[in-house]
Design a protein around this ligand. Structure first.
Ligand SMILES: [Mg+2]
Length: 368
């Protein structure tokens, strides 16, 4: 082999073993665990039955087509017997902490995606269990024992496929995608099912004739980059079952935000300011949990005609209290008045974190 060829081949990458653990219908399952009256029944965890959206639906509710992120009113229409339960984030966080402790018995390389989902790199695992599928079995059994809840797991050689795999045998199941299976597994997958491809990108792909993983794979890297920018090369590689992203423990978010859509459009400043309060609470709770302090507050506004605007303010020091966050948010809101149209959604986010490193993590979305 010539030196040049050797260089092109690069260092031989170690085959990673990655597990994506995902709790089944997490919030709803916790509610059914803690209240026997809810067991076997269609349950939706939601802030309100009149307004807001479903944060989680039990499997009984899913049979009626109830899904998370569905407006509560739609959910009630789909399933008239649906029981609405208010979220109890303190309890969910405590359970989340328990499952993270279980993960930590196997590996220190844990990347939580939310309270109920995480990637684990178990290439080197603390209990020296040779097969990742056996680690997943052990973790799921222990989660059941400690919390009484079911988890599903996906096992693969990269994050992208591990996440796909955890959905494959849900609920209370697990699935392995081996390196041999990877490329075939993504062939038939509709582009909208690829993690990281949202409705807008999916529609754009369809308009370019890209409907499945196989369609994507038939394109050149240049084509994908020309049409989708930086993300294009990610799509190019994942359509081949290749994803080199590492599992990153304790990653730092670029921004943290929360938003909510109102039941009825609002025109009044006081009513909107009141709607901001729970959003500010959520963002601030995250800052306190992580001990992180941001400098830039952004207010997002969607009008009744769906026009979307955002307004930001960066403070010279840092936002060090909930009061400062509230002040900045309500100032940004006040500056928009007088309004010439009604508002259907408000969002608050905080960015420019002190310990911010250049990092391309997407925004952490606390919407429920
Ligand atoms: Mg889940």
């Amino acid at each position: 082999m010539t030196e040049e060829a050797d260089e092109q081949a690069g260092p031989v990458a170690r085959q990673r073993k990655i597990i994506h653990v995902d709790m089944d219908a997490f919030y709803a399952s916790v509610e059914q665990r803690d209240n026997p009256d809810l067991r076997g029944k269609p349950v939706a965890v939601a802030g309100s039955r009149e307004r807001g959206v479903v944060a989680a639906a039990s499997y009984e509710a899913r049979r009626f087509g109830v899904r998370s992120a569905m407006p509560s009113v739609t959910a009630k229409r789909q399933c008239p017997d649906l029981i609405f339960v208010k979220p109890r984030f303190e309890v969910y966080k405590a359970v989340s902490q328990q499952i993270r402790e279980i993960f930590a018995e196997h590996t220190p390389i844990i990347e939580p995606l939310s309270l109920d989902e995480a990637y684990l790199d178990v290439s080197e695992n603390l209990q020296e269990i040779p097969l990742a599928r056996d680690i997943a079995l052990a973790i799921r059994a222990r989660i059941k024992e400690v919390t009484g809840l079911n988890a599903s797991a996906g096992i693969s050689y990269n994050k992208f496929l591990a996440k796909l795999a955890s959905d494959h045998r849900k609920p209370n199941g697990q699935y392995v995608i081996s390196p041999e299976m990877g490329p075939t597994f993504v062939e038939a997958l509709p582009v909208g099912r690829f993690h990281g491809i949202g409705p807008a990108t999916s529609a754009k792909m369809n308009s370019l004739g890209l409907h499945t993983g196989l369609d994507m794979r038939s394109q050149t890297l240049d084509f994908m980059q020309a049409n989708f920018g930086k993300a294009g090369s990610y799509y190019y590689w994942i359509s081949r079952g290749i994803d080199d992203r590492e599992v990153r423990a304790n990653r730092i978010r670029k921004s943290v935000g929360a938003e909510s859509t109102f039941a009825g459009d609002l025109t009044d400043f006081d009513a909107m300011a009141a709607e901001l309060q729970p959003l500010i609470d959520k963002v601030w709770r995250h800052c306190e949990d992580k001990g992180s302090r941001g400098r830039t507050v952004t207010l997002k506004v969607k009008f009744a005609d769906f026009e979307l605007i955002s307004r930001s303010r960066t403070v010279s020091g840092k936002i060090d209290s909930r009061g400062e966050l509230e002040l900045a948010s309500s100032d940004l809101l006040r500056a928009l008045f007088p309004l010439n149209k009604a508002v259907r959604l408000l969002g608050v986010s905080l960015s420019s974190f002190q310990e911010d490193q250049s990092d391309d993590e997407p925004q952490l979305d606390l919407s429920i």
